[in-house]
Design a protein around this ligand. Structure first.
Ligand SMILES: NC(=O)c1ccc[n+]([C@@H]2O[C@H](COP(=O)([O-])OP(=O)(O)OC[C@H]3O[C@@H](n4cnc5c(N)ncnc54)[C@H](O)[C@@H]3O)[C@@H](O)[C@H]2O)c1
Ligand SMILES: [Fe+2]
Length: 396
């Protein structure tokens, strides 16, 4: 990247960093069981709600639907959300919301269902603005309907973040929309809805949470709070992900993973992600590669490439998690941290490469990643589209 673009990126990032204490970040109210949710809606005089989910999670929503019904709350269900939710999903769900006169939203599922519900909320708030026009940051401004998020993966942290990630089904372009009204009002962290998550998804979605914690931590826009969130999330993930992977009904491990994902979400919502996510989003949009899988394959590759610029911060994470000892040099500790990520990936059957990347697409994918990341993401080292291309080659 040329020096003028670098200066522009760093000035832009510094402004956002300085503004963090002034911005209207908030944390959702946390409930630890879905049974408590209908009462929350009843107290807010909600009479009908759109529950946004996908066909697999629909099997888990029956109990909540019955409990809402018992409180006299009509529950309309949209259960066609794709993994990597599309503009068509959102427009279809929006039609249902309007047709049924809904007043509130529940996103019940992985990041895809929660993001779909968030984007429906954005469209309700801004009926004349297309999702395409909301791309980027601070384009919504208006309050969205009451939104509760029930994550069934741990995960994206979408239940606490300012972001929804949408894929345009025509162009296969995947892009984030970020604004404060998108932070859900209520988040339900109930381990039992994650019991059925299969091992390979437990692994990849859990490593997505790790990627949030690490990318937020190594970036240049951290605060004391986000550093603390990242360290706690990383410790929880390192000590629980394999337990949850091996035994899906280990309630303690599942609860800790949900907490980790929530903390990591809180960290990256304020301190951003980095190039791992930008590249992963381009791959998710183009080839439907699962988000967590793309992240976890890319994470060690990108961390190594950052070189000495991240050693100090990775050393802190490595010592906090017990992967390195305080007497290790920065470089050794950072290498041990990256090695532990590779070990976890291998132990959980995550491949080192991603299938389906076409050489002829790489320039365009890297251009999209560049557009997403620069100037917003406060990454340790700045790279332009041409420089980002190497990561696609490295994992193909
Ligand atoms: N909004 C944010 O802040 C944010 C952050 C990171 C990622 N994302 C986005 O979130 C999406 C990915 O979300 P995800 O990784 O949670 O996965 P997902 O929602 O796409 O779900 C993946 C698959 O797992 C299944 N699944 C989920 N929970 C299950 C359970 N408990 N039991 C059985 N099957 C279950 C789903 O049905 C789906 O088939 C991507 O689009 C990504 O870009 C959003
Ligand atoms: Fe992510």
């Amino acid at each position: 990247m040329n020096i003028f673009k670098k200066i522009y990126c760093r000035v832009f990032q510094t402004c956002f960093h300085l503004a963090i204490p002034l911005l209207p970040y908030r944390d959702p109210k946390i409930l630890d069981s879905i049974e408590a949710l209908p009462q929350e809606f009843a107290e807010r005089k909600i009479k009908s709600v759109l529950l946004v989910t996908d066909p697999i999670i629909r099997k888990l929503t029956g109990e909540l639907e019955t409990k809402l019904d018992n409180e006299g709350i009509k529950c309309v269900v949209y259960d066609k959300t794709n993994a990597n939710p599309t503009v068509s999903n959102i427009e279809e769900a929006l039609e249902l919301y309007k047709k049924e006169g809904c007043q509130a939203l529940i996103g019940f599922g992985g990041g895809s269902s929660i993001d779909c519900a968030k984007a429906v909320g954005a469209r309700v708030a801004c009926p004349k603005k297309t999702l395409e026009k909301m791309k980027g940051i601070l384009k919504i401004h208006r309050r969205i309907p009451l939104l509760a998020a029930i994550p069934t993966t741990a995960g994206t942290g979408s239940e606490t973040t300012v972001t929804t990630v949408i894929t345009d089904d025509k162009t296969h372009y995947k892009y984030p929309i970020s604004d404060f009204p998108l932070i859900p009002k209520i988040a339900v962290l109930d381990p039992k809805v994650t019991f059925s998550l299969p091992p390979h998804l437990t692994a990849s979605t859990g490593m997505d949470a790790l990627t949030h914690a690490v990318e937020a931590f190594i970036g240049g826009s951290t605060t004391k709070k986000t550093r603390d969130y990242s360290i706690r999330a990383t410790k929880l993930i390192f000590s629980n992900i394999e337990k949850a992977y091996k035994n899906g009904t280990d309630e303690n491990a599942r609860r800790n993973m949900l907490l980790a994902s929530n903390l990591a979400g809180g960290a990256f919502s304020r301190s951003y992600v980095g190039y791992v996510h930008a590249v992963a989003h381009s791959l998710g949009g183009a080839y439907n590669i699962p988000h967590g899988l793309a992240n976890t394959v890319l994470l060690p590759v990108v961390l190594k490439r950052y070189g000495s610029s991240v050693w100090k911060k990775l050393q802190i994470l490595a010592v906090a998690t017990g992967v390195a000892s305080p007497s290790d040099t920065r470089q050794v500790a950072a290498e041990k941290f990256i090695a532990e990520i590779c070990r976890l990936n291998k132990a959980m059957g995550i491949p080192e490469k991603l299938e389906g990347i076409k050489k002829e697409d790489i320039a365009e994918l890297a251009r999209r990643a560049d557009k997403e990341a620069n100037p917003i993401y406060p990454v340790p080292v700045l790279w332009n589209a041409k420089e980002l291309e190497e990561f696609y080659y490295a994992v193909m």
